[in-house]
Write a protein that binds this ligand. Structure first.
Ligand code: SF4
Ligand code: SF4
Length: 416
């Protein structure tokens, strides 16, 4: 038998969130419905329940009931509301922010969803597999079980395989490189690729066994306590090493959670600069430290939402591809208006959402096929995993690639 849903706990969390700017977002919605056409879940299914504004209903209901408790038109939040909206807030929102680009009131639905998930967790709701990924991060250092010992083993193996230095816990390094456990466990060549690029550019860098996991499943799962734990691990490791710059690997949400929310999470400024690997590679190219041979395969680029639209690095990706990718073809729409892969915001980790993700991936296959390009490249391992799984499920024949890997394979002096 399922545990009872704690409506009061959820309401309390909702109301604690409506003290700040979130309440102005709720009040600002004019119910025009324009955001529907911006959401990939609505686009892929045509289901009106996937209209972004509709996903705000439980939070808005709790807020209005608290403000007008005497009104017959503002009923209390119920257990049935929470049970019904759980799937809409977890499985059907990747926090991609595309709806905000079209909303005439500029309502940041992605942020509201991120906060509202905490209320569902307080009520005892939330997909079990996503909750477990967050708990694994706290207990074992990573959602996929990448413990410090496993990181060390993997790095030693990659170092030998690739004949490139991959320092760990190196005192005096200027840059700390973090990893996404998706890369470490499923796409380990990405780790070696980042190492090759940093070594090629002569950067003094290191991994840390105290703070290595860039992904923050605490945030995605609505677990504020784990969000802080994961952020503090990176901060304390960086402080101990005295590094100046922390690089986030090919992961979208990891970047946003640390770069934009990190200081608020820990209650003080971050003691280092945060750069996504895409930004960092662009910095190296601007400084004349990234010498590449041409990439000849025809390719298109999938902008990860948290790196381009919500991260501001869409232009850096194009700058990297300029004079490098000889046959680069933009998909439509692209850049800050690109469609999400369907697996951000923790949706990739929710097993029951697989079919929905595959439907969304059809948008991406159509975009890619329209360019005629042979390879679909991304700079987020979560996008890559989402697309990889959907590619298999749909038997799509297109080829997937990683920006960091194609660049590492074309460093001047590197063998193809
Ligand atoms: S943030 Fe993205 S996934 Fe969530 S409602 Fe808006 S468009 Fe849809
Ligand atoms: S586009 Fe903005 S104002 Fe219109 S319904 Fe959606 S959230 Fe509300």
């Amino acid at each position: 038998m399922n545990a009872p849903v704690d409506v009061k706990a959820a309401t309390d969390v909702f109301l604690s969130k409506t003290e700040g700017h979130l309440v102005s977002f709720l009040d600002a919605c004019v119910h025009c419905g324009l955001c529907a056409e911006a959401c990939h879940f609505h686009e892929a299914t045509g289901d009106p329940r996937h209209t972004p504004a509709y996903k705000l209903f439980p939070l808005a209901k709790a807020h209005r009931n608290a403000r007008f408790p005497w009104s017959l038109f503002t009923p209390k939040l119920t257990e049935a509301d929470l049970s019904e909206w759980e799937e809409l807030l977890f499985d059907s929102c990747t926090m991609c922010g595309r709806c905000t680009t079209i909303c005439p009131m500029g309502i940041d639905i992605a942020s509201i969803i991120g906060q509202a998930r905490q209320a569902f967790v307080a009520a005892g709701l939330g997909p079990a597999d996503l909750m477990q990924a967050a708990q694994n991060s706290k207990d074992h250092g990573s959602p996929l079980g990448l413990t410090p010992e496993k990181l060390r083993d993997r790095v030693e193996w990659l170092e030998d395989e690739n004949e490139t230095e991959m320092p760990i816990d190196k005192a005096g390094a200027e840059v700390m490189l973090t990893v996404s456990s998706v890369e470490a466990m499923k796409y380990p060549d990405s780790l070696a690729a980042m190492a090759k690029i940093l070594n090629h550019a002569g950067i003094s860098w290191t991994f840390s066994t105290k703070g290595y996991e860039a992904t923050n499943f605490g945030y995605l799962a609505g677990r504020g306590d784990i969000t802080k734990t994961m952020t503090m691990r990176l901060v304390e490791a960086a402080e101990e090493l005295g590094i100046k710059t922390l690089i986030i690997p090919e992961c979208g949400h990891a970047y946003g959670v640390l770069r934009w929310a990190g200081a608020n999470t820990i209650g003080r400024p971050l003691p280092f600069e945060v750069r996504h690997i895409t930004e960092y590679m662009a910095d190296l190219k601007r400084a004349g430290k990234l010498k590449l041979t041409p990439f000849k395969t025809s390719m298109t680029y999938h902008d990860p939402c948290q790196i381009s639209r919500r991260g501001g690095a869409a232009d850096d990706a194009r700058y990297l591809l300029e004079d490098f990718a000889e046959d680069f073809r933009e998909m439509t729409p692209t850049g800050n208006y690109n469609w999400c892969c369907g697996g951000g915001g923790g949706v990739q980790a929710i097993g029951r959402a697989a079919e929905l993700r595959h439907k969304v991936f059809r948008i991406k296959t159509a975009q890619t096929e329209a360019t005629g390009a042979d390879m679909l490249v991304s700079s987020c391992s979560n996008c890559r995993l989402t697309m990889d799984e959907s590619k298999t499920a749909l038997n799509w024949q297109g080829k997937l690639g990683s920006l960091v890997e194609i660049i590492a394979d074309h460093l001047e002096g590197a063998e193809d």
